[in-house]
Structures are given as C-alpha cells and as structure tokens.
Design a protein. Structure first.
Lengths: 535, 385
C-alpha cells in the first residue's frame, strides 16, 4: 500500500523496473516459443495464428513494456539523485505516468482473454509490432485484438509523455547549486535528449493510432486505399515515431556506459563536450532517418538516396561515442566487475549492430535484406547486445544503491557469460539465414533452402540465455534477503548518488549538495587535484 | 527450470525430424525441378519430384537446365540488379570488416593494457588513480572527420547504385508482366495484344530478356522477393510499384512474400521459371488457348460449375471468378497452394476437400464435397492443361 500511493521517484522507479522485468520474462518466453517452432523446417509445434500473435506481442512488449519502462525507470531513479534534487519536479504527475504505463500494459495483455477474435476464442494482436495498414483494417483484422493493441500502447504512451515532461523540468530547473548543464553527469544529457525525443515522437504515434481507431470504429478512411486513403501514410507516421524510438531505447544505455565505464576504468569520461554534442546530434538526426525503414516501399531514387545519406550520417556521432568510450578505457586501470563486463560487452556488441546498420543504410543492399532475418539479427544486436546489456550493467551497478545490498559477483559473471554466449548463438546466425533469403515473420520454412542449420543454432542459444536470466533472478532474490551490506559508495564512484546513504532516504540528501565540476565526489576525494582545475 | 524444459522440447523436435525431409532434399537437387515437400498428410513415400509424372499430362518433357534448386541466397545472383547489389554488398562488407577489426582491436588492446596496468598498480601497492585524461582535440577531430569521409564515400557509391537499379522506365525490349499480391497467393498477368494471359504463383519469363514487373496488391501489403533475380519491392494497395530483372540462364528461381501479410505469410511462395525464349513463346501460346473441354470429365465440370468454385476461380469458358487463382491451365503448373505443395492427384484432391487442413487460415473454404464429387472435380481440374 505504501508503494501504491507513493509519489517518491525512487519507489516509482523501482516499480517501473520491476514491472519491466516481469514483462521481459513474458516477452522472452514468447520469443522462446517462436525459436522452438523455427528450430527445424516445416515444424508444426505452433500454428500460424499463434505464431503471428507471438511475434506481435514479443515486439510490442519488448519495445513498449520492457525497454521504455526500465529505461524511464532508471531515469526516474537517477536523475534527481545525480543532479542533487529531492525528487522529480512533478512527483504526482510521475506517479500518474507510472500507473498509466501499468494500465496500458495490462490492457494489452488482457487481449489474450478479452479480444474476441475471428474464431470466437480469446486472441492477442497479430498484426506485427509496426501494424502496417491495411492489415489492421476491420476487413483484415476482425475481432478486437487490434483495438487492444492501439489502446494499450496509446495509454502507456501518455504515461511516457508525462514522464518526459518531468525529466525535462527536473533536469532544466532542479540541478543543485554549481551544477551547470555542462557539469551534469552524461546520463543526464542522454535522458534530456530522450525526453525531447519522446515528446516529439510519441504524440505522432498516438495521433496515428487515433486515426487508426477512427478507421476501425467510426468508418474513417485515413489508411484505407479502397477509398483514397493511404497505406503508406501509416508507415510514414509510424516510423516518424519508430526511428526516434530506437534512439529513445539506446541513448539511456549510452548513459549507463558513460557512467559505469569511467568508474571501473578509474578515469574521467574522455571528451565530455564532444559526447554531449554527439548526443544532441543523434537526437536531431534521428528525426530525419525514418524512411530508411521504407526502402522497399518504392519511394523513388531521390528519397531513397536522401534517407540513405542521413542514415549514414548518424553513424558519425554514434561512432564518436564508441571512440570516446575506448578513449576512456585507454590507459585506465580496468576492474572487470559484472557491471563493467556488461558495458564492455555492450561496446563490442553495439559495434556489430552499428556496422550491420551501415550495411542496411546502403539502400540497394537493403532491397535484398529488408524484412529478412538479417534485419532481425541487426536490431537484436542493437537492442539486446546494446540496450539489454546496458540495462543489466546498470542493474548490477546501481542495485547496491537502491537496496543497500551487493549482488553476488560470481553469479553475476555467470549471468554475463551465459547471456553473451547465448545471445551470440541466437542472433549471429540470423545474419546468415537472412542473406540466404529467409524473410522474417514466417511461422515455418521450406526444408530445401539451407536455412535449417542456422535456425537450429539460433534456437540452441535460447536455453543458454534463459539460464543466464534464471541465475540473475536467483542472484537478485538472494541478495535482497542476505546479500552483503553495500555501504554508501561500494564502487568508489564520483557522481552525487554515491554521496548519500544506500538506499537513499526519501528526501535523498540531508543537505542539498553543491558541486564544482562534473565529478563532485572526485573533487571531495581528491581535494589536492580537483576536476575544477581542468574544466 | 524453464530452460531445461525448453532444452528437452528442442531436443525432441530436433530428433523428431523425419528422415523424409532430407530425402526430399537430395531428390530435389538430383533430379530436375525442385518441389517443396508436401506436408505430412499427403506426403509421398518416394519423395516429391516423381509425383509430377503422376499428373495426367506431363507439362514439359525437355525441362531446361535448373540453375540451383532451392537456392535463395543473395550471394548467387543470376540477374543484373542482384549482381550489382552483391558487388556493392561486398564493398560495404569489406569496409565494415575493416572498421570492425580496428575498433575491436583497440577494444581488446585497451582491455589487455587496462588489466595489466591494474595488476602492476596492485603489485606496486600504488593507491593513486591513473592519469586523468579529459579529452584531446586533435584526436577527437580525427575520429569525427575520418568516419565522415568514409560515410561520404559510402553515400556516393550507394547513390550511384540506386540510380543504376531504380530506373523509372522499362529497359529496352522489356517484357511487361503484372504481379498482383493476394492473401496468400500471386497472380501474374501478361498483357498482350493477342489476349491477356493470366496465371498464378508460377511466373514464366524468357531468359536473357529484361522483365518489367508491375506490382499491385488486391488486399494488404506484400513484397515480391526472388533474391537471385532482384531486391524486393512492395506490392501496395492503391500504389503501383515497378521492379525489373533479367534472368541470365534458364532455370527455376525461388522466392517468397517478404512483407508480413497475415496468417499464411509463410506460405506465399514464388516460383519464377526462366525458359529459353522459344520455350517461353510456346508456353505463352499454350496459356492463351481456351480451357480444354474433355467430355470424359463432364461430371467434374458440372460439380465445379454447380458449387461455389466458380465464384472465385476463372476457367475460361466456364467461369470468371476473380478472388482465387485462375485455373484455366491449372494442370500446366507444378505446384498448388502458392508453391508449397506439388501438384498431383492426391494433393489436389486433399486440397479441394479441405484447404485449411494443408494451409491453416487459407481463404478458400471447404465445400464439403462427397468422395465421388471430389474425384470428379479433381479429374476435371487435372485435364485443364
């Protein structure tokens, strides 16, 4: 009850992360069923309708109910602590946003019980997570499952918007004395850009969903080609949201890396100002690349060239980040704790995802690879090897702060290596099967195409990943019950959250801290050589 | 726990793979036109290819050389656009491998040095932090400018290839074909002054001549993808697209729908038959002929006309339904169900009996014919060569 009525940013954040992890387990199981079906050619473990629901729910859940809430949850937890504030700017709005997210998520999953489908049985949405028109029209999607998809995502989207407003207000107005914008922890910049992207992108999705809802329930014709509506319009609107969304999901993870890597390299983040510029640059450019999801729509050579070029361009600021992290590690004394393992794994995996992204920016190559398993491999390298690894790193890093207890390092390393190996087994072969001509979203495939062995390897990776996640859950439960006490600053880190108790009191700081540089605790620990000299 | 259950289930499905699957593979590659094996209920004991002989009329005894059965790899192009894409792909891949080696190399080096430096510090008992480096303008300029140059080059190369492939008017001497996507099958139309030819799922084209393919959709968005011939292009309702290819050699090129289009997206397979030019002309002439009316199967024709078949299917001279594949020359095709079941008497009969048994969610209903009617209508359809 204390949790249900709380407006404390830390409690809300932990509920965000906890709920996100629950959805992560559900969406992971959905993926496991898909891999079971695809383990061999012409398998019939799962029928096509169920399979189509599985990939729709897996994608929708992972993006909207796992990635968003966990990352917003971390933002919620860390922003006030890291900028030295007592809470978010609008605590009650914060709680409202959280409960909207929960309600939206439950509404989406209620479709399994409540959406009478074509066959009269309960059914979940089966239109894919980007729900292309006109497959979503009443003609092709009977029953109510698509309406559940629209409403569930729309409601949780409103929650994300309120949270974004809160982030911006907190970051811009509530930094402690001495903390200029350029002394903010890097994660603050990441969250600021993310919040702006949320405010630009999510309303477009919400608007498009309202149009779709009007089409479906009131007989409007926005996306109905039969009556001069446009099926392509939906794609433009969706991807105008959808591509910034990718950066909404990855920028906070960039923030985690930018905090964790310096701590365990024992060095300051290399090139802070350029990192800020790169982050803001990514934010802007990400608004101008959406049609690279539409290279096979037939937009014509001019538009294809333009969006190919902007997509190439975004690799420059992204590359800068990678290089700056390498610069941070370079010459440092590296302590490979579990969080450091995860963020190093993040860099290694994200480079691969970035390079396959460059291949996919090569428009003619995308004419072959679009909608193939190559794309599935690519974005899992970005969102799993990137975002999820970042999230695990962040959980291992800030768990002691949030709970006052340490997670077990040995179990943590098991989790990392199992996830790393399982992840590679599952997603690396997808690049091959895609190049061999295997389209995504097929519930079964022909035996004579040479795809079977690659799919089998992909499926074998699944139980390895599951073992990693299971060990993590066990580790977390064990640590909560009898983990060693963490103390205020177990990692000897330099940002403000480590200056208060673990877990922090409801008011965060007994006294509002002040700072003289981007690493206030460094200045306190090294008074003879503070950062302020070098800024 | 769940992981263990998953392992067991995975093992069970892997072990359970029937020997027939691999047998089909070898048959398909060894002896002529590859045909995907039929699903279990109608699988032939001797594999799938010999089934074709069971048809009343064998369509083409002198089959052209098959260029790679079952291959859908983008690395084995047989047509100018796909070949150019492969060349570009190799270039981009090489550049990416270069970047990969450099970046991961530095990462590994940083890790090795960093661990060594920590150990050294511990042995010396040094407690001070390593030198703090806040940044370096020349280095940061370098790793901004160099990637920008690489990206500029890549953009130029990409735009050149886009302009080569994405042409807006048909190549010289091109044959125009219209492909229309349906849930879940393909309609191919050959506009021609001598009379339009309409067929389904198996597209015949002359080898060595450019094909200008006009893409339309009858319902939702589909995507035409035959990797060895060209990149994919969407078929969008209310929006006409064009693509082109030119098969270098005669043979069968496989592909399938690449944009999720509903329940049976997975079984919307494409078969492109590139024929020698004379063989293609013969095929076109044969397709232009009206449907054969064989008096020995009059009973089957009566069943076809009396039940709902004719609402959806065209048989020239008998019916003009538009919702399903044109059946005027059904027996000249190798497969049914959009390319995933070989056409033979047994499969066709099972299909007419209850299509959803073979293709769950299929839009063709079961008409609940009795056994005699099924036999009759199957025999009738098999005469439609």
């Amino acid at each position: 009850m204390q949790w249900a009525i709380s407006v404390d940013h830390k409690k809300l954040a932990l509920m965000y992360i906890g709920a996100g992890l629950c959805f992560f387990l559900v969406a992971g199981l959905e993926a496991a069923f898909m891999r079971l079906q695809l383990a061999r050619a012409e398998n019939d473990v799962i029928d096509p309708e169920t399979f189509n629901q599985l990939f729709t729910m897996h994608g929708t859940t992972m993006v909207f109910l796992v990635g968003m809430p966990i990352l917003l949850g971390f933002g919620n937890y860390l922003i006030p602590l890291m900028v030295g504030a007592r809470d978010m700017a609008f605590p009650r709005l914060n709680a409202f946003g959280f409960w909207l997210f929960i309600f939206g998520g439950l509404l989406l999953y209620f479709s399994y019980l409540g959406a009478d489908g074509l066959y009269g049985a309960g059914t979940a949405p089966d239109v894919g997570w980007f729900a292309y028109a006109p497959l979503t029209s009443r003609t092709f999607s009977r029953g109510n499952s698509t309406d559940y998809w629209i409403l569930g995502i729309m409601v949780s989207g409103f929650g994300s918007m309120t949270t974004a407003i809160n982030f911006i207000a907190t970051i811009l107005c509530m930094r402690c004395p001495g903390m200029t914008l350029m002394r903010m922890p890097m994660i603050g910049w990441m969250m600021l850009v993310v919040a702006f992207l949320v405010l630009v992108a999510i309303p477009i999705l919400t608007g498009a969903q309202i149009m779709l809802l009007l089409d479906r329930t009131l007989g409007a014709h926005f996306f109905d080609p039969e009556t001069q509506g446009s099926a392509i319009l939906w794609q433009h609107l969706f991807w105008f949201f959808g591509h910034p969304e990718v950066y909404i999901l990855i920028l906070p993870a960039f923030g985690f890396v930018s905090e964790i890597m310096p701590t365990f390299s024992r060095k300051v983040l290399f090139g802070y100002p350029l990192m800020v510029a790169a982050t803001v640059g990514i934010g802007f450019i990400s608004l101008g690349v959406w049609a690279h999801h539409m290279f096979v729509v037939g937009l014509g050579p001019v538009l294809d060239s333009f969006f190919g070029a902007t997509t190439f361009l975004i690799s420059v600021p992204t590359g800068i980040k990678i290089f700056n992290w390498l610069g941070t590690m370079w010459g440092g004394r590296l302590h490979f704790t579990t969080p450091m393992l995860f963020v190093t794994g993040f860099v290694a995996m994200f480079v691969i995802g970035g390079l396959t992204g460059i291949m996919l920016a090569t428009v003619p190559l995308t004419w072959q690879l679009s909608d193939s398993y190559f794309v599935v491999g690519h974005f899992h390298y970005v969102l799993f090897g990137g975002t999820v690894f970042g999230i695990f790193g962040a959980i291992f890093y800030w768990f002691p702060k949030a709970t006052g207890r340490m997670l077990d390092e040995r179990l943590g390393k098991w989790t990392f290596w199992l996830l790393f190996i399982g992840f590679t087994l599952t997603f690396m072969p997808m690049h091959v099967s895609g190049a061999l001509g295997m389209p995504r979203r097929i519930y079964t495939y022909e035996a004579d195409r040479g795809w079977e062995i690659w799919n089998l390897i992909s499926s074998i990776g699944v139980p390895v990943q599951m073992a990693g996640v299971a060990i993590f859950l066990w580790n977390a439960i064990r640590a909560l019950r009898r983990g060693p006490v963490a103390g205020n600053d177990p990692w000897d880190a330099w940002t403000l959250e480590w200056g208060t108790t673990s877990p922090p009191p409801e008011w965060n700081f007994d006294r509002i801290p002040t700072c003289t540089s981007a690493r206030p605790l460094w200045d306190r620990k090294n008074p003879e050589d503070p950062d302020a000299y070098y800024e | 726990m769940i992981a263990i259950v998953f392992c067991i289930a995975l093992g069970a499905t892997a072990i359970g793979a029937p020997a027939g699957a691999s047998q089909d593979d070898t048959n398909a590659t060894a002896s002529g036109p590859p045909v995907p094996p039929a699903p279990a209920p109608v699988r032939q004991p001797d594999g799938s290819v010999a089934d074709l002989d069971a048809k009343l009329v064998v369509c083409d005894p002198d089959a052209p050389p098959v260029s790679g059965a079952g291959v859908t790899s983008i690395f084995e192009p047989e047509s100018p656009p796909s070949r150019e894409i492969r060349e570009l792909g190799f270039l981009v891949f090489a550049i990416c491998i270069g970047i990969f080696v450099v970046v991961q190399g530095f990462l590994v080096l940083a890790i090795v040095r960093g661990i060594r430096s920590r150990r050294a510090a511990r042995e010396e008992g040094a407690s001070a932090e390593p030198t703090q480096v806040y940044g370096s303008v020349p280095i940061e300029v370098a790793w901004t400018v160099i990637p920008t140059i690489i990206v500029f080059v890549l953009t130029m190369v990409t735009i050149r290839t886009i302009r080569d492939i994405d042409i807006t008017s048909p190549p010289e001497d091109a044959l125009e074909v219209i492909a229309i996507g349906h849930q879940w099958w393909w309609e191919f139309r050959y506009p021609d002054e001598a009379g339009e030819v309409v067929t389904a799922n198996e597209m015949h084209v002359p080898a060595g001549r450019p094909i200008w393919l006009r893409l339309e959709s009858a319902d939702v968005i589909h995507s035409f993808w035959v990797p060895r011939l060209a990149g994919k292009m969407d078929l969008i309702p209310g929006h006409t697209n064009y693509t082109w290819f030119e098969a270098d050699r005669a043979g069968i090129y496989l592909g399938q729908c690449a944009e999720y289009c509903g329940t049976q997206h997975a079984h919307m397979l494409i078969r492109v038959y590139a024929d020698e030019p004379e063989a293609f002309d013969d095929w076109l002439a044969a397709q232009r002929k009206p449907a054969i009316e064989d008096p020995t199967v009059a009973e089957g024709r009566r069943v076809f006309a009396e039940y709902a078949c004719l609402n959806c299917h065209t048989v020239d001279g008998t019916s003009d339904g538009m919702f399903g594949p044109n059946l005027t020359h059904l027996a000249s095709r190798d497969t049914i169900g959009s390319g995933f079941i070989p056409l033979n008497r047994e499969n066709l009969r099972a299909w007419i009996d209850d299509p959803a048994q073979l293709k769950i969610g299929c839009n063709m209903p079961s008409l609940k014919l009795d056994a005699a009617e099924l036999d009759a209508v199957t025999d009738y359809l098999l005469t439609l060569n």
